[in-house]
Ligand binder design. Structure first.
Ligand SMILES: *Cc1c(COP(=O)(O)O)cnc(C)c1O
Length: 367
């Protein structure tokens, strides 16, 4: 790429001014301990590959024909599992695409969108892409959200819960309060990591349980993390039928077939293997707790994570140096070079072996 000279003369003003999101890198070499993009350490349910093979084997129809434009079977299966109507479910090519359609459908308005200043770094990118004014509300010193700071005129609020990159969980009481206080704004809860979250008292943590009470509440989720299907690109949104209809209209004004046949078949099969899913989530939570304890033993400060990653500060706060040193040993973690975050590392929970390799490497650095 670098050998070409890029000429932007023919680009639109929009294209010239974009600042695209930079995803965590996907380096390709052997024996790499890749703990930087929050992928699941376990493979997807074996039923996914079986369903995709079966779909491909439908010689007469399969890939020759267009897929179901509204992914009906997948949406019906999601509706059954989450106790909703099919009309309350939307699916897209990864939740990133769903979020893009959310910005276009609900936030391209006069009033600004509110989001925490530390959150998923794609939100400011979408805001710019769609010309949405984004007001970033500072988190408290301990990285928690103060819902009182959100009492201001807005077209909507978007919050990742658990938040990224902190892993902290916001209670349903607070989400309930936000939705009640903003009847004329769309409250979007991005639950990319919710399947790894557990309340201390065993209560429900997902805002999907509040959808029937608030017609302005939209919850997004993804198959990328808890279902080990980042490569298949499937995400979803749950909400009131009118919100879902807006998303469907926006989708059909952009791409009628965002989910191919293999993705629809694979995602549906993944949902049907409920036992496998529950096991993977609980195993990842166990691995996260072991990793947290190991890091604490090395003197790290670890925020209480409800996700499949931990956000941890090394004792000397020299996170950038540690990330660079780990990289030389083939261990990749994420470091954010920005105020308040730069003393921390975001470390994806890997397999037991990967986590041990990380802890051993950190231990050797410390001694
Ligand atoms: C990973 C992630 C997404 C995107 O998920 P995809 O379905 O893979 O596009 C969205 N939001 C947050 C907070 C994430 O961490």
């Amino acid at each position: 790429m670098s050998e070409y000279k890029i000429d932007t003369r023919l680009w639109s003003t929009k294209a010239k001014n974009l600042t695209p999101y930079v995803p965590g890198e996907q380096p390709q070499h052997d024996n790499l301990c890749k703990l930087n993009t929050n992928e699941n350490p376990y493979p997807p349910s074996p039923k996914v590959a079986a369903a995709i093979s079966a779909e491909l084997a439908e010689q007469a129809t399969s890939l020759r024909l267009y897929p179901a434009p509204e992914s009906d079977t997948l949406r019906q299966t999601l509706a059954e599992i989450y106790g909703l109507q099919t009309e309350q479910v939307f699916v897209g090519n990864g939740s990133d695409e769903v979020l893009a359609l959310v910005f276009a459908s609900f936030f391209m308005k006069e009033r600004p969108l509110l989001a925490p200043d530390i959150s998923y770094s794609f939100y400011p990118v979408y805001a710019e892409t769609f010309g949405v004014e984004l007001v970033q509300i500072p988190l408290r010193q301990d990285f928690s959200i103060d819902s009182d700071d959100y009492r201001q005129p807005c077209s909507g609020v978007i919050i990742a819960n658990p938040n990224a990159p902190t892993g902290l969980l916001l209670s349903l009481e607070v989400i309930n309060k936000l939705a009640t206080e903003h009847p004329n704004a769309v409250i979007v809860i991005d639950e990319a990591y919710i399947d790894f979250a557990r309340a201390d008292d065993g209560q429900e943590v997902s805002a999907v349980s509040l959808i029937n009470e608030h017609d302005n509440l939209l919850v997004t989720q993804t198959f990328s993390k808890s279902r080990s299907l980042a490569g298949l690109r499937v995400g979803m949104a749950f909400g009131n039928v009118s919100l879902i209809e807006a998303l469907t209209r926006m989708k059909n004004s952009f791409n009628s077939y965002p989910l191919d046949k293999l993705a629809q078949a694979g995602a549906t099969a993944s949902l049907q293997d409920t036992e496998y899913f529950a096991q993977v989530c609980s195993d990842v939570i166990d691995l996260r707790n072991t990793m947290t304890a190991g890091l604490q033993q090395l003197g790290f400060t670890v925020l209480p994570s409800h996700a499949n990653f931990v956000f941890a500060r090394p004792p000397a706060g020299d996170a950038a140096i540690i990330a660079a040193t780990l990289r030389e040993q083939g261990i990749i973690v994420r470091h954010f070079n920005q105020p308040r975050l730069n003393e921390y590392l975001r470390i994806t929970v890997g397999t037991a072996e990967q986590n041990q390799r990380l802890l051993d490497a950190l231990g050797a650095l410390a001694s």
